[in-house]
Design a protein around this ligand. Sequence first.
Ligand code: ZN
Length: 108
Amino acid sequence: MSPRRNTSRRGALRKGGGRPSGDDDALFLRITGGQARENGPDGEWVIRRISGAAAAKHYRCPGCHQEIPPGMPHVVAWRPFGDGEDRRHWHSSCWERRTHRGVRHPRR
Ligand SMILES: [Zn+2]
């Protein structure tokens, strides 16, 4: 009499379960090389860490005015507003030093 309820099996999406939310963000960051907003003493920047494999060109670091050779992991920083024309490539250490400058030496 009562026909078996034909629950269709399609739509039974396999939910792997245990996937933490925010995982997509992490994945996105990994793909993009890790992009992040950073607030420095000189304003807001978007930074992206470039892996050695992705660094294929010579760049001039504005921090120490030395070249960043291809294959060296470094940091790209640009203003969040604008067209990216102000994009700069920094040595990772120079970038960190830039943001920490002034914090360690308070004005007398
Ligand atoms: Zn440098």
